[in-house]
Design a protein around this ligand. Structure first.
Ligand code: SF4
Length: 227
């Protein structure tokens, strides 16, 4: 399994950066400097970090910071990172998470851990905490995606709980190739026309065609569960 998150191996010059950053990795130095709010420079092996942008290297690549330049070194097992990947950096915690991999055909974005169902087979029982920040962050992530990107998915929890999810889908525009899986049949009924109007695609629920008693048994068993 490849490493998608962890702690910085080394870092320098991060004092002036925001606590949480989302950046697309690029090897284009000019773009990294001129659009430093969007890009981080993925350093060539054995190179020095330039001034004016955040530079990212992988342990063992022989890269070094210089002057007061912002520099983050990821652990050795992140040697799969490439230009086009989108990464979240948590500066105070010295943590990173790779949110999108350009070389993967299986990118999925978690929208929320909340859900209005409680399925018997759920492997990640819903949480109640407000996690709207994840959706906020996804607006940044989608804007940063490579225009040639292939399909990707949105997961939850129940992504359609937040009305702004449709705004996010509009932003995806031509990038959308497949969507979408509201677990609640009622929610799918409401969401389908909205989605069709907003982005012109159809939405299916994996429970289409289920008998409603079967659906209630498996998907909404809240009353049967101990509190
Ligand atoms: S709809 Fe999905 S996230 Fe919600 S309880 Fe069911 S399996 Fe879990």
């Amino acid at each position: 399994m490849i490493t998608l998150q962890g702690n910085f191996k080394r870092s320098f010059g991060l004092q002036k950066l925001s606590e949480r950053l989302v950046r697309r990795l690029t090897m284009d130095r000019a773009a990294a400097v001129s659009r430093s709010a969007d890009f981080a420079l993925l350093l060539e092996p054995a190179s020095k970090a330039p001034e004016g942008c955040l530079s990212v290297a992988v342990e063992g690549s022989g890269c070094e910071p210089s002057g007061a330049s912002a520099f983050i070194e990821l652990p050795r097992d992140c040697d799969h990172v490439t230009a086009g990947d989108v990464v979240r950096f948590e500066i105070a915690k010295q943590r990173f998470r790779i949110l999108y991999r350009k070389n993967s055909d299986h990118n999925n974005f978690l929208v929320t851990e909340r859900c209005d169902n409680y399925c018997l087979m759920c492997s990640q029982p819903p949480k109640s905490a407000n996690d709207d920040w994840i959706l906020d962050e996804l607006f940044d992530v989608i804007r940063l995606l490579d225009e040639q990107t292939g399909g990707f998915g949105f997961t939850g929890g129940e992504p359609t709980l937040n009305d702004r999810f449709v705004e996010l889908l509009k932003l995806c525009n031509d990038l959308i190739t497949r969507c979408c899986d509201p677990c609640s049949l009622e929610r799918a009924k409401v969401f389908r026309p909205i989605l069709r109007r907003a982005v012109g695609i159809d939405c299916a629920s994996r429970f289409d065609g289920w008998d409603s008693r079967l659906f209630r048994y498996f998907i909404n068993p809240r009353p049967c569960r101990p509190s």
